[in-house]
Ligand binder design. Structure first.
Ligand code: ATP
Ligand code: MG
Length: 416
């Protein structure tokens, strides 16, 4: 029954995994809002051009990972393979270019046609933050502080390392590019096919190659720090001074380039050794050239995205936000079913989290109430109803008391 299986690389989110996802999202949302980022939700598909123009033809995402399709009207569309390009598009579509700075956060599914393996899916989920219109290092420092704060909130601060690099301004990158082209041109026959294509178009991308042959050549390739001009050096030093003053630890990794074309200056990844090969949990950087590349006015930008599935493996047990304990209302016999439903309804309207013990024998219903971590079971029986009362059983200590319906809510709230 192949058709009853989820598509390869996709997964259902329920049970413990669902609890982890909603806890992580909640911690993310609170942290992003603490830094005064605003929620934004962009469409799950965009014109393919939005991604192709910005991410670059030589990026893994554009060259082989996008879910591109033609809709019934003949439009070429792509399922969201990352957040930044769509948010930049929305920024321009909504004429926000005069309203900078803008600080956004978002969360949702991302689609990439990759080889599925642990920590690598075809539909996965990202949490994303962006600051648009702040060209100076304050934004770099704050966006990194937000990342660090978020990961600490998940109780995993000690398991992650911030790897940091500067990709420089365009002048620094141009000289570095030339040096890379010169270096790798000497090894044309050893380069992978993908990297050979990148050589002229975007040689820095070779440094991000996962091909083993390429990796061996990369070891001796020129290092970007040697090509920084004074502006780049100063910018990077200011970012580092900011992190130092916040007590945020980092490791400079001058081999770190990001997979997409639009980055400049600060680039970073938070990595862990707890997840095997797929160890990057959060990654991002500055993308000052992106908006212009899309045909908009020059607008600075910086942001990051974190992978939900990878973080779900890591979140500390005591950071998982348990659902609020419910009260379970159980009718004793069919005659009291309607009365029980109404009691549950009134409790909910009064703000109590309330479940119903719908059917099954009494033993089964009590077991279910225990399993759902209920604090109380309210037994609604004919006898008690004639007295305007119900039986309330405290599941923590097993005690049970007849309570007048008029006093039910105050009785429960006094004991919760
Ligand atoms: P990688 O080098 O692992 O392919 P990437 O550079 O493609 O990563 P980004 O585009 O920066 O990743 O995405 C940000 C985060 O999203 C990653 O750090 C990771 O946690 C998560 N992520 C990326 N691709 C996948 C995937 N296919 N499945 C699950 N999570 C992913
Ligand atoms: Mg990738």
């Amino acid at each position: 029954m192949k058709k009853l299986q989820p598509v390869r690389g996709t997964h259902d989110i329920l049970g413990d995994k669902a609890l982890r996802f909603r806890s992580i999202y909640e911690i993310f949302r609170r942290t992003a809002e603490k830094y005064h980022h605003h929620f934004i939700d962009t469409p799950i598909f965009e014109f393919t051009e939005v991604f192709r123009r910005t991410l670059g033809d030589t990026s893994d995402v554009v060259s082989k990972e996008m879910y591109v399709f033609e809709d019934r009207g003949g439009e070429e569309l792509t399922l969201r393979p990352e957040y930044t390009a769509g948010i930049a598009r929305a920024f321009m579509s909504n004429a926000l270019t005069q309203s900078v700075p803008c600080k956004f956060y978002s969360y949702g599914p991302i689609f990439r046609y990759e080889r599925p393996q642990k920590g690598r899916m075809r539909q996965f989920h990202q949490m994303d933050v962006e600051i648009l219109g702040v060209p100076n290092v304050q934004a770099d420092i704050e966006i990194l502080a937000l990342a660090s704060d978020f990961l600490k909130g998940l109780g995993i601060g000690q398991h992650v390392t911030l790897e940091l690099n500067s990709l420089g301004d365009s002048e620094s990158r141009t000289s570095y590019r030339e040096a890379l082209i010169q270096y790798f041109s000497g090894f044309k026959k050893d380069l992978s096919e993908d990297s050979l294509k990148r050589l002229e178009k975007n040689p820095m991308r070779i440094l991000d190659s996962k091909d083993e042959g390429d990796r061996a050549l990369i070891v001796n390739a020129p290092r970007i720090a040697e090509f920084y001009n004074d502006y780049t050096k100063g910018f990077f030093a200011d970012v580092i001074a900011g992190l130092d003053s916040f007590g945020i630890e980092y490791k400079v990794n001058d081999r770190l380039v990001r997979g997409l074309d639009y980055y400049s200056h600060t680039a970073f990844e938070f990595t862990t050794d707890q997840l095997g090969a797929q160890g990057t949990v959060l990654a991002g950087g500055r993308y000052d050239g992106l908006m212009q590349q899309m045909g908009g006015p020059e607008t600075a930008g910086i942001g990051w995205a974190a992978g939900m599935e990878r973080l779900a493996e890591l979140i500390a047990a005591d950071k998982i936000i348990a659902p609020i304990r419910p009260i379970t209302v159980v009718p004793v016999g069919t005659d009291s079913q309607n009365a029980a439903l109404k009691i549950a309804h009134d409790l909910r309207l009064a703000g109590f989290h309330t479940d119903m013990g719908y059917s099954g024998n009494m033993g089964k219903r009590m077991k279910r109430a225990h399993k759902s971590n209920s604090a109380f079971v309210i037994l609604v029986g004919e006898d008690e109803l004639t007295r305007g009362a119900v039986m309330v059983k405290n599941l923590d200590n097993g005690s049970q008391e007849e309570i007048l319906l008029d006093h039910l809510q105050s009785y429960i709230s006094g004991k919760l």
